[in-house]
Write a protein that binds this ligand. Structure first.
Ligand code: AHM
Ligand code: MG
Length: 337
């Protein structure tokens, strides 16, 4: 069988954008390079002194792991060296990183990313991921500004994730379907393994951190009970699967069909996940795969953004399942948790 690498595929797909000059293709290539370096470090994480916490706390008030810092540095370095972006926003940085260099002076794009998602799983040999989102800049010239990131998810030019799992995969969309590539370590290349990924309209997996049950909105509580009921016609009870790495949970659900829920809780009244670099890119992917992503009431990609690290509740996955849980949310909207 003939292998198609990410590089070959990107060049082939460039014709989808007749007026593009190849910048987006180069940008995706830069992300692929950083992903391979991060994967190499993740793979030897147990062997070297890269494990453990640096002791610093990031803007979200969470403990920063060394591998988060490493991944952040790698993606920033690759994007800077590539010259196609004028600013980067990262979960690990309080402010945006404007890029002011000779090679990036004509850069058209900005990248928002979560360099290492699922950070609580780093120390325990469980899959983690990277999430990225690409926008065309809205400012005219010079280094990018915060304005360039204040765009709705519908404006994304491309988005994707990398999952550092039992194998390493890069999954992305430019709005023309979802393509998955698996890293072949023997040749060091991402090879097309999942062309035009589509999710099921209904699956039988639900993914939610049930430890927070008592603090969930009534609609989510009722939906969880619905998932657990016996019903042959809808294949219930559903299976509960929750890794705690959003990328891994959502990747699995994309493949087998399912719903991922991170609702508001009393502790996180706006939800936990971030709109710009977690929810919007994952929403773009799932919509392109035929699924849905909402806040429980409305489409994620249409939520206005006013802050870089803005949080939102997320209900994402197979469309029938998302519709069902939204039905419960609306029905029980008045009941206080
Ligand atoms: P992170 O960016 O700090 O890793 O947080 C995001 C992660 C998601 O990957 C995952 O789905 C969720 O947080 C897990 O949160 P919890 O441990 O509260 O269930
Ligand atoms: Mg994250």
């Amino acid at each position: 069988m003939k292998v198609k690498t990410l590089g070959q595929f990107i060049i082939e797909k460039q014709t989808d954008f007749p007026f593009a000059k190849g910048e987006l293709s180069r940008l995706l290539r830069d992300i692929g390079i950083a992903a391979k370096i991060v994967n190499r470090e993740v793979n030897k994480a147990g062997l070297v002194e890269i494990l453990g916490e640096t002791g610093e706390t990031n803007i979200q008030g969470e403990r920063v792991k060394k591998l988060d810092v490493f991944a952040n540095d790698q993606f920033i370095a690759a994007l800077k060296a590539g010259g196609e972006v004028c600013a980067i926003a990262s979960e690990e940085n309080d402010e945006i990183i404007p890029i002011d260099s000779e090679i990036s002076k004509n850069a058209k794009y900005v990248v928002a990313m979560d360099p290492l998602d699922g950070s609580s799983n780093i120390d325990v040999n469980v899959s983690v991921g990277t999430i990225f989102s690409i926008y065309r800049r809205t400012t005219l010239s010079g280094p990018g500004t915060i304005e360039d990131f204040m765009q709705r998810g519908t404006e994304q030019v491309a988005a994707g994730y990398i999952i550092y799992g039992s194998s390493c995969m890069l999954v992305y969309t430019t709005g023309k379907g979802v393509y998955g590539f698996t890293l072949d370590p023997s040749i060091g290349e991402f090879c097309l393994s999942h062309p035009l990924m589509q999710t099921k309209t209904a699956g039988n997996v639900y993914s939610v951190n049930e430890g927070n049950y008592l603090h969930f909105p009534e609609g989510v509580k009722k939906y969880i009970k619905y998932c657990q009921e016996e019903d042959k016609a809808t294949n219930r009870p559903y299976s509960s699967r929750y890794i705690g790495s959003g990328v891994a949970d959502i990747h699995r659900n994309l493949i087998v069909g399912g719903v991922y829920i991170y609702p508001t809780t009393t502790k996180s009244p706006n939800g936990k996940l971030r709109l710009l670099y977690e929810c919007n890119p994952l929403a773009f992917i799932i919509e392109q795969a035929g699924g849905k992503a909402t806040t429980g009431y409305k489409r994620i990609m249409e939520v206005p953004i006013t802050e870089l690290h803005q949080r939102t509740p997320l209900f994402l996955g197979s469309s029938d399942m998302v519709d069902k849980v939204m039905e419960f949310m609306t029905k029980y909207a008045e009941v206080k948790a």
